[in-house]
Design a protein around this ligand. Structure first.
Ligand code: GDP
Ligand code: IMO
Ligand code: MG
Length: 421
């Protein structure tokens, strides 16, 4: 048995949470491999919307094992809040959620450093979610981080203070006011909640699950265009959001990977700063934002909206080795007479199919016009019943990318998912 991977192909918020939840019945184990509380994964069922930040999106299925892998950065304060809001008691959740000893911790001072760095950058700021992601991964890479397993050590508090003092030393160089006490209280309470859960070397567990024929799904966070290596650096997150990240973030060999599912919205959105070639700063962008309720699940910020970007989608498919495409938010596209799809870029006067290295290149998207549709498609259950124009749109994308679209999502509820047979 192999491990399947599901990840975002755009700038995040493609609907990963919803689809992982909808696919969970097919899997026995669901594992997050990177990112942290910068993620906001929304799920809807029984008319209730849940937003998960650290916990894998299989958590609402009582018989599934959920794993927070070594590649994730964990903020205990966020973890505590999320556990409390889930519904089931902690004694129940400890049977379904396991955390890696090797996952790095986000300290309260990482969040303060994140805010101080962004403030110092001024107009060049990244638009970080300010959850401490960058500074926590920086400490991981510079080999000076604290990890979840360290909370079990007798001298954890001394170690914490040592790290805090290093951070306070850095903060002395910034003219930035902060209140550490406010964060610290919730953080230490969160440490006590974390200790109630199994904290193990999850790489052994996952490999054992795979060897025993259990179906495992790796759940990505953010999106390929926010990847630390392949996104529009420096306007990216601090982890490898791509399929290779699942190997390093869970401790599995590339030869174990099975299907690699790529999720994309029928259009594009981006939160935070950075290039966005197909961005619509007009009424059409407002329609997409309002119809698609494009406001951040983590920060509440308005998402920038634009037409589908095929050069970016093809790039993501190539980097990840995508075997199946899942299209979300098809329902949001109902009502346009014409739908535009970017098929190439014009960069500095020349046609270009590649994602340019320079973020400040002047990119003019070249568009193909496709016919729109008017029908409300949210209640549709079968692919064949979708409007002809939407099927043409999907076929156009399949032809351009060479990858089949096997799921079409037509609403936020887990039931509003069309599996194409
Ligand atoms: P994630 O970070 O990739 O899990 O995505 P988010 O949860 O941040 O953002 C996706 C948003 O779109 C959430 O509010 C979902 O409830 C919603 N959503 C997901 N799929 C669909 C869909 O097919 N149609 C509509 N209208 N909303 C959807
Ligand atoms: P999910 O998993 C959308 C963006 C931020 C910012 C940049 C860096 O819900 O799809 P960071 O906090 O990582 O330092 O921010 O990345 N970003 C996301 N955008 N969805 C996300 O996660 C994101 N996580 C980070 O807005 O531009
Ligand atoms: Mg999100």
């Amino acid at each position: 048995m192999n491990i399947d991977i599901l990840l975002g192909l755009q700038w995040g918020d493609e609907g990963k949470g919803k689809i992982v939840d909808a696919l969970s019945p097919v899997y026995e184990v669901i594992a997050r491999f990177q990112g942290g509380p910068n993620a906001g994964h929304s799920l809807e069922f029984n008319n209730i919307k849940h937003i998960l930040h650290l916990i894998p999106s299989g958590i609402f299925h009582a018989d599934k094992i959920n794993i927070i892998g070594n590649g994730v950065v964990v903020d205990p304060a966020v973890f505590k809040k999320e556990i409390e809001e889930l519904g089931p008691p902690v004694s129940e959740l400890t049977k379904r959620l396991i955390i890696s000893t090797r996952a790095n911790l986000i300290l309260p001072s990482h969040r303060i450093l994140d805010a101080a760095y962004e403030c110092h950058k001024g107009v060049t700021k990244i638009g970080s979610t300010l959850k401490g992601i960058g500074p926590a991964y920086t400490d991981k890479t510079s080999r000076s981080g604290l990890r979840v397993g360290d909370i079990l050590r007798k001298d954890f508090h001394e170690r914490y203070n040592e790290h805090l003092n290093n951070h306070l030393e850095i903060l002395r160089n910034y003219d930035f006011k902060f209140d550490l006490k406010e964060y610290e209280k919730g953080w230490f309470e969160g440490i006590e909640i974390l200790k109630k859960f199994p904290i193990v070397n999850t790489e052994y567990l996952i490999n054992e699950f795979i060897s025993n024929g259990k179906k495992v799904l790796a759940e990505g966070a953010q999106g390929t265009m926010l990847d630390i290596d392949f996104g529009s650096y420096p306007f990216v997150t601090s982890s490898n959001t791509i399929s290779a990240g699942a190997c390093t973030g869970l401790g599995i060999s590339p030869k174990m990977t099975g299907e690699i599912f790529g999720i994309f919205k029928a259009y594009c959105t981006r939160v935070g700063s950075g290039p966005f070639p197909t961005e619509l700063r007009d009424e059409t962008g407002d329609i997409l934002r309002n119809t698609g309720r494009e406001f951040g699940s983590t920060t509440g910020r308005s998402r920038r909206c634009g037409w589908l970007d095929l050069p970016a989608l093809k790039y993501s498919i190539m980097i990840n080795g995508i075997t199946q495409l899942f299209m979300t938010k098809a329902d949001v596209m109902s009502g346009f007479e014409t739908i535009k799809v970017c098929t190439s870029y014009w960069v500095d006067g020349k046609e270009c199919l590649e994602i340019p290295f320079f973020n400040d290149s002047l990119i003019e998207p070249a568009y193909a016009d496709l016919q729109g549709w008017n029908e409300n498609i949210t209640g549709i259950k079968e692919f064949n019943k979708l409007p002809r124009a939407l099927k043409n749109y999907i076929e156009f994308i399949e032809k351009e990318t060479g990858v089949p679209v096997t799921i079409v999502s037509v609403g936020p509820d887990r039931k509003e998912t069309i599996f194409r047979s």
